[in-house]
Ligand binder design. Structure first.
Ligand code: NCD
Ligand code: ZN
Length: 412
C-alpha cells in the first residue's frame, strides 16, 4: 500500500509518498504509483511509554481493550503498560500470564514493564523494561533494590517513603505532602548507580538532578497543563502532585529547551465514584492517553511549540529510548502513522472519549485529533471512526542486544 500527501519527513513537511510493505515503511519518495491520497499531514504515531491499563486486577477502572482503543483515537500507536496490577508483575509467571490476558485485547502495539524488586535480576531476558517504585503510590508500597537488571530500561517513580506524608486534604496540601524536594532527593540517591529514566518529573530541581546523573526523563501533560491552584479537587489528585503554576511553566520551558527528553501520559484512570470520595481517600491518578497528543498538536497550531519539537518529544525520542523501530517516518520503521488536519480543531468532551472511567480533567480544552491512524500499515481509524480491532502486537524491549549489534556495525 502507498500513501501520499503532506508528510513530516526529516524535520520538514514535504509533499511526497510513503511505500508500505509488510507493515514497514519501505521508502519515502516524491511520488509513487497507485498511492492513496490523504487530507492533512502524515506524522508518525506517538509512543506513550507510561500507561496504566489496569489489567489484571483493576479492570473496573480500565482494561487493555478500552485503554488501547483510547490510545488509538488519541494518535498513540504504541504503549508501555505499568506493572502495578493485582497481582503485581514481579515474576516471569506474572508477566507471561498478563501477556496472555492482554495480548488478544490490544488495539495498538504494546510492551509491558516488570515491577523492579529484589526478584528482578535475570528477568531482562524476557523483557528489558522495569518500573522502579522507590516509594508508595497506587497499589504499591515501594521496594528497596540494590541490584539492578543489566542493560534494561528502568523507569523510576522517584518519591521516597521517608519524605512522603500519606494524608492530604486538598491539592495544595497534597503538593506539600509529597514535596518536589522529595522527588529530587530520590533521584539523588540513584546517582552513580546506573542508567535510569526518571518518570513524571514534577520540578526543575529534579530535572537538574537527572542531568547530573546522566539520566533521561519524562514530563506528563498534567504537570505541564494543570496546576495545584486550579479548581480540580480530587480530579487533580496525582502522584507526584500537581505543583504551582510557575513550576508548570518552567517545566514547559525545560521541555522546549531539550532538558526534558520526552512526554509520557501516566494515564492512570480511576472511576468517577472513586474520585468523588473525600480528598484524603480518593485515589491518585488522571486519565489522559487519548487527549495529550491532540492537545500538543493544537499547541503546534497555536505556535506554542514547533512541529519538530513536538514530534521529537511525542514520537521520535521515546522510540529511541526504547530502541524500537517506531516513531519516525523513515525506511525500515514500522508504518505506524497518523493523519491530522490542522483545520479540524475539536473541543475535548468526556462523552466523546473512550475511557472506561468516563471523565477527563481536560474538558473544554482544544485538540487536533487524527482522522486516520495506521498500525503497521493497517488502517485502524478512518474518518475518526475505529475500524481495526485487536491488531496490536507485543514488542519485546531488548536494549542489550541492540547495543551489541551497534558495536558490530562499528567494527564493520
Ligand atoms: C498511578 C496509578 O494510579 O496507577 N497514580 C498516579 O497518581 N500517578 C500510580 C503511579 O504511577 O504513581
Ligand atoms: Zn508513577
Amino acid at each position: 500500500m502507498n500513501l501520499e500527501g503532506k508528510i513530516y519527513y526529516h524535520g520538514e513537511i514535504v509533499e511526497g509518498a510513503i511505500e508500505i510493505e509488510d507493515g514497514k515503511i519501505r521508502r519515502v519518495k516524491k511520488s509513487l504509483p497507485f498511492a492513496f491520497r490523504v487530507r492533512g499531514i502524515i506524522l508518525p504515531g506517538a509512543l506513550d511509554i507510561h500507561v496504566h491499563f489496569r489489567e489484571p486486577g483493576f479492570t473496573h477502572k480500565e482494561d487493555f481493550y478500552t485503554g488501547s482503543m483510547s490510545a488509538a483515537f488519541g494518535g498513540v500507536t504504541f504503549v508501555m503498560d505499568m506493572p502495578n496490577n493485582s497481582p503485581k508483575i514481579l515474576t516471569a509467571q506474572d508477566f507471561v500470564e498478563k501477556l496472555r490476558l492482554v495480548a488478544p485485547k490490544a488495539n495498538v502495539d504494546f510492551s509491558l514493564y516488570f515491577m523492579l524488586s529484589p526478584l528482578s535480576p535475570g528477568l531482562e531476558e524476557i523483557n528489558g523494561a522495569f518500573k522502579y517504585y522507590m516509594g508508595e503510590t497506587t497499589a504499591v508500597e515501594g521496594y528497596v533494590v540494590e541490584e539492578y537488571p543489566k542493560n534494561s530500561f528502568i523507569s523510576v517513580h522517584a518519591e521516597l517513603n521517608e519524605c512522603i506524608r500519606k494524608e492530604s486534604r486538598d491539592l495544595r496540601d497534597h503538593d506539600k505532602s509529597r514535596p518536589e524536594s522529595c522527588e529530587a532527593m530520590a533521584v539523588r540517591t540513584l546517582l552513580g548507580k546506573g542508567k535510569f529514566h526518571i518518570a513524571h518529573v514534577s520540578g526543575v530541581d529534579t530535572v537538574d538532578m537527572c542531568k547530573i546523573g546522566g539520566f533521561t526523563c519524562e514530563v506528563t501533560p498534567h504537570h505541564l497543563f494543570l496546576h495545584r491552584d486550579m479548581p480540580l479537587g480530587t480530579w487533580g489528585k496525582v502522584n507526584p502532585p500537581l505543583r504551582a503554576k510557575w513550576m508548570s511553566e518552567k517545566l514547559w520551558e525545560e521541555l522546549l529547551q531539550g532538558r526534558i527528553d520526552i512526554v509520557a501520559s501516566d494515564h492512570a484512570p480511576h472511576t468517577m465514584e472513586e474520585k468523588e470520595d473525600e480528598f484524603n481517600i480518593a485515589p491518585a491518578g488522571i486519565p489522559e492517553v487519548e487527549t495529550y497528543v491532540p492537545i500538543f498538536l493544537y499547541l503546534v497550531k497555536q505556535g506554542k511549540i514547533s512541529m519538530a519539537r513536538a514530534v521529537e518529544v511525542l514520537m521520535e525520542r521515546p522510540g529511541e529510548l526504547l530502541r524500537v523501530p517506531k516513531g519516525k517516518i523513515e525506511a525500515g520503521y514500522d508504518a505506524d502513522l497518523i493523519v491530522v488536519d490542522f483545520k479540524e480543531v475539536r473541543k475535548i468532551r468526556s462523552r466523546d472519549l473512550h475511557y472506561k472511567c468516563g471523565w477527563t480533567p481536560y474538558e473544554n480544552f482544544y485538540g487536533v485529533f487524527p482522522h486516520r491512524v495506521y498500525l503497521r500499515g493497517e488502517e485502524i481509524i478512518e474518518d475518526y471512526e475505529f475500524v481495526g480491532e485487536r491488531l496490536g502486537k507485543f514488542v519485546k524491549i531488548s536494549p542489550a542486544k541492540q547495543e551489541e549489534e551497534e558495536k558490530e556495525h562499528m567494527q564493520d
